[in-house]
Ligand binder design. Structure first.
Ligand code: BG6
Length: 476
């Protein structure tokens, strides 16, 4: 969908997120013909720089992070960029910024800075007449550290901006395959009638990573996997899998349904959570070295059992696990259906279950395990085979042109579409669920279990499912 010329101000324009994600995403959209003539991207940060110096900075960022994306016209993209030296907490630069902007256009302010600056920035935007209707602000995670701090941020932003001007990013929602969850559920007749506790035995959500926390130790030591992944990304996946069908694919219709899921989550039992920390591996440092704290009790792995108390899901557990330095990088959701109520083939045919696996990354696709007769004359033996659809194969070149999460989300800000952004009450409800879990282990000074690099996490995570007569899918 084409957009009108806009002004995008990246506050924190010399930071890591700008370099790695925001600027490459804008460049790719430019190459795809989506940045209209006259659109402007203004970098704002404390460093003294002029336009030319920031353009050099951006050029270097594109070389490093824009991947294969590129077009002949990089010069024209760079000519859309300008820079203003801005003191977020002081007076410097604000008048100049206000003069540069065109109040007849959409103006988006991307707060690519730590959350402690969100409130002061919103206040200054308003003081300089920049918070009117055409203005939008974009904020990144972490949106707070707990319920209290998230609430304070919401209050601070609400003093200057309406909720419909605030875009809280969870980049998982911008992933094509995550949006596909909604298409799979609500665009097909096949699945929805079975999508409940009568037919679904349990659901597993896995976000496994091979990377460690090196380079981000300071942030991660304070966050841990629960705050870094579960409260936001995994919660969003859970919501999209569990929510009732919204009446329309519209921001509040979708967000209302997600909120209902979060509010229906039961408190998590102490025995339903397993925390782990990765060990050193030969020359590779372990978690404690990465966060430079030999006493660290922060978790780099978490597995837990969640329950949703509503008509659709009562009795169907949701098992969530995520961790760093695991065996493979894989994000998938497995919907494990119940056994057939009766086997006409007798006990020797064995137990067979349908499993719908939605692979979010890598190798995006869906796979439905179905039971068939084993070929051959040996009688009625049953085996499970995959009905596998890898999107790259099924869609061919179309699958390659898929924009990355930030491209999609930034353009949605410009279009004014909040469907894929978190609403303030959603974020608060998610913290309200995770806070007591975290508080319990913080109060007890709980030390996480350990696990080896390249493993599936601590053994106890396996036991979490075994004791329910279930097992995790392999991480591969
Ligand atoms: C970020 C977390 O939000 O998401 C990181 O802070 C994590 O710790 C990352 O590695 C995972 O994102 P993706 O897109 O690589 O799955």
């Amino acid at each position: 969908i084409p957009v009108d010329p806009f002004d995008l101000v990246i506050i924190g324009g010399t930071g890591d997120l700008a370099r790695r994600k925001i600027l490459p995403a804008l460049y790719r959209r430019f190459c795809a013909g989506q940045m209209p003539d006259g659109a402007r991207v203004i970098g704002a940060a404390r460093s003294d720089m002029d336009d030319a110096a920031w353009r050099d900075f951006v050029g270097a960022a594109l070389d490093e992070f824009a991947g294969a994306a590129g077009c002949d016209d990089r010069g024209r993209f760079l000519s859309m960029l300008s820079y203003v030296t801005l003191d977020a907490l002081g007076a410097r630069g604000w008048d100049k910024l206000a003069e540069m902007l065109d109040s007849s256009r959409v103006r988006a302010f991307y707060f690519s800075v730590g959350p402690r600056l969100f409130g002061p920035l919103a206040e200054r935007l308003q003081r300089h007449g920049l918070a009117d209707e055409g203005a939008r602000i974009v904020v990144e995670k972490p949106f707070g550290h707990d319920l209290g701090s998230a609430r304070a941020l919401n209050v601070a932003l609400a003093q200057h901006f309406d909720e419909n001007q605030i875009y809280r990013i969870d980049h998982y929602l911008g992933k094509e395959t995550v949006q596909n969850l909604m298409a799979i559920r609500f665009g097909n007749m096949l699945f929805e009638p079975l999508w409940n506790s009568q037919y679904v035995d349990h659901i597993q959500i896995t976000v496994a990573e091979t990377v460690g926390v090196n380079g981000r130790g300071e942030y991660y030591e304070r966050a841990g996997a629960m705050r870094d992944m579960v409260q936001n990304h995994m919660m969003q996946l859970l919501c999209l899998i569990a929510m009732e069908p919204p009446a329309k694919f519209e921001p509040d219709a979708v967000r209302d349904e997600k909120l209902k899921v979060i509010r229906a989550l039961d408190p998590v039992e102490e025995t339903d959570v397993v925390r782990g920390q990765y060990l050193a591996d030969g020359a590779q440092p372990g978690f404690k070295e990465h966060v430079e704290n030999a006493e660290s009790t922060t978790e780099s792995f978490i597995a837990l059992k969640a329950r949703i108390s509503n008509w659709r899901w009562a009795g169907t557990p949701f098992y969530l696990r995520t961790g760093k330095r695991l065996r493979a990088r894989t994000t998938e959701i497995a919907v494990v259906f119940k056994d057939t109520p009766h086997s006409i083939f007798g006990p020797e045919a064995g137990q067979h279950r349908n499993i719908l696996t939605i692979r979010l990354q890598p190798n995006e696709g869906i796979d439905l395990g179905v039971t068939i007769k084993e070929p051959g004359p040996g009688g009625m033996r049953l085996i499970d085979v995959p009905l596998d659809m890898t999107f790259a194969q099924a869609l061919g070149p179309e699958a390659e042109g898929v924009p990355d999460a930030y491209e999609r989300l930034i353009m949605d800000v410009i279009r004014g579409n909040q469907t894929l952004f978190m609403r303030g009450d959603e974020v608060e409800a998610a913290w309200a669920w995770t806070d007591p879990i975290i508080a319990r282990w913080e109060e007890a000074g709980q030390v996480p279990l350990t696990y080896d690099t390249g493993s599936s996490g601590p053994e106890e995570a396996l036991a979490l499912m075994h004791r329910d007569g279930r097992r995790w899918r392999e991480i591969r």
